[in-house]
Each structure stands twice: as structure tokens, then as C-alpha cells.
Design a protein around this ligand. Structure first.
Ligand code: ADP
Ligand code: MG
Length: 243
């Protein structure tokens, strides 16, 4: 039997200030698909991604294809929230996207012509060719988010996490990004994305994870995006969205 792509058992995360952000999280995810993580502000969505990635101390089990996740770091990509980046860091769009090739390059190897070609292909797909030599600090929010997605395409990871990529960006960038995420999911990648806007959920996601200080429920969008499930996470808001 094929192991789960990702399996969390009894995951607990608390911060040094004593806040227990997540308790007793259990989750089993098969290969493939575009997953949305939904939950109110402060419900532990970012904490969940960071704990899975091993960026936060936690207890419980996190397995990737039945192995401790640390062993498979090259197969996993993380597109952080834009706010986590230092926009004054002196790096061009091309160089930034090229860093997506680093995880799979051997130690002390320099990116060669095939890596550079992959960067150009990704820049082209995201409509970024004319910005290739621009400093990242000189981009709009939507353009920078497209740079992060181009880097993610180049990284070509099996499992990809994104944290609210659509905050503060234009509709054209959002449409282009969701198009490429859907394309990657069709090609067998597994994508898990924190998303705040409930309006486009049915259109964007095959599957959903509801978070409210634990994983409340998860499964196919048509089974999860219904009043009785959403009520557990958005007690007031769900009626507006489903109306
Ligand atoms: P979300 O991403 O769903 O908005 P977070 O995962 O960022 O929520 O936060 C979950 C809870 O953990 C919140 O109560 C938040 O205040 C708390 N928290 C997040 N980061 C820290 C931190 N670095 N130190 C202490 N508490 C934190
Ligand atoms: Mg968050």
C-alpha cells in the first residue's frame, strides 16, 4: 500500500509565551490536489505550516511518505507570506528565482545552463520577462508574489505550501497564479495553501482543511464547504458566504 504523502499524528504546538496554538492535530493527505486551509485570524494556520516544516518546536509525529519529514526537505517548498521577506535585500528578479534551483543542486555545485533556462521559462509563464534584471524592492506586490511563484515552479517540489499568497495583490496576478497552481496539481504535485477569502473557495480548491486551534475537519470541497462544517470555524460568517 502506498504511504500517505503527509501524515500528522497528535501534533501539538505551543509558543514560549505559553499560548497553545495547536492541539491534537491529526491529518492524512494523499498525493495530488490543490488544498485550501481555511480558518479565522489567529486560528493557527501559519503555525500549522511552520510546525510541519520543522520551523517550530512541536510534539507529535510529522511523516512524509512514512519517513520523518526532515529527510525529504528537497521535495518540499514553502512560499512564505510576503511580509516575511526583506524587500531591501539587494537581489534581482532573476537571481531570486534562481535560488529555487538550489535545494536540488549538489553541494558546491553552481547553477548551469539548464537551471538558468528553467528560470527563464518560469519568468515567461508568470509574465515577468521584462522585470528580469530589476531589484525585488522595486516591484509591486503582485509582481513580487509572481516572482515567488516562479521560484516555486523552478523548485519543482512534490509538496508545496503557500501562506496567503493573494493578500494585497491585483486580480490579474491572482488569476495567473491560481492557473499555474492548478496546472501543477494536475501534474501530480500536492499543493496546500492558506487562503483568507471565502468567495472563490469552490472555484480554487479540490479539497479543504478547516483549522481552529486544531484541524477541525478536512476532505473534498463539496463535503466540507457546507454550513454545518463551516459553522465550527466561522460561526457568523458562513451564512453570508453560502447565501
Ligand atoms: P493564523 O495564521 O491562523 O492567523 P497563527 O498561526 O499566526 O494564526 O497564530 C496562532 C496563535 O499563535 C495566535 O494566537 C497567535 O497570536 C499565536 N502566535 C503566533 N506566532 C506567535 C509567536 N511567535 N509567539 C507567540 N505567539 C504566537
Ligand atoms: Mg497566518
Amino acid at each position: 500500500m502506498k504511504p500517505y504523502l503527509l501524515e500528522l499524528s497528535n501534533l501539538n504546538v505551543s509558543y514560549p509565551n505559553g499560548i497553545q496554538a495547536l492541539s491534537a492535530v491529526n491529518l492524512k493527505i494523499d498525493e495530488g490536489g490543490l488544498w485550501g486551509i481555511l480558518g479565522p485570524n489567529g486560528s493557527g494556520k501559519t503555525t500549522l505550516l511552520k510546525a510541519i516544516l520543522g520551523l517550530l518546536p512541536h510534539n507529535g509525529k510529522v511523516l512524509f511518505r512514512a519517513q520523518p519529514i526532515k529527510k525529504s526537505a528537497k521535495q518540499i517548498a514553502y512560499v512564505e507570506q510576503k511580509g516575511d521577506f526583506d524587500m531591501d535585500f539587494p537581489i534581482t528578479v532573476f537571481q531570486c528565482v534562481l535560488t529555487g534551483t538550489y535545494p536540488k543542486l549538489g553541494l558546491f555545485k553552481k547553477p548551469g545552463s539548464s537551471e538558468k533556462q528553467a528560470v527563464l521559462n518560469a519568468l515567461d509563464k508568470l509574465g515577468l520577462m521584462q522585470f528580469k534584471n530589476r531589484q525585488i524592492g522595486q516591484l509591486s506586490g503582485g509582481q513580487f508574489q509572481r516572482v515567488l511563484i516562479a521560484r516555486m515552479l523552478v523548485q519543482n517540489a512534490d509538496l508545496i505550501f503557500l501562506d496567503e499568497p493573494f493578500i494585497g495583490i491585483d486580480m490579474e496576478s491572482e488569476a495567473l497564479i491560481i492557473h499555474h497552481l492548478k496546472q501543477m496539481a494536475l501534474n501530480g504535485h500536492t499543493i496546500i495553501m492558506v487562503h483568507h477569502d471565502l468567495k472563490a473557495v469552490r472555484e480554487y480548491f479540490d479539497k479543504l482543511i478547516l483549522v481552529n486551534r486544531t484541524v477541525v475537519d478536512y476532505g473534498a470541497t463539496e463535503d466540507i464547504f457546507i454550513g454545518e462544517k463551516l459553522k465550527q470555524v466561522f460561526p457568523y460568517y458562513h451564512e453570508v458566504v453560502l447565501a
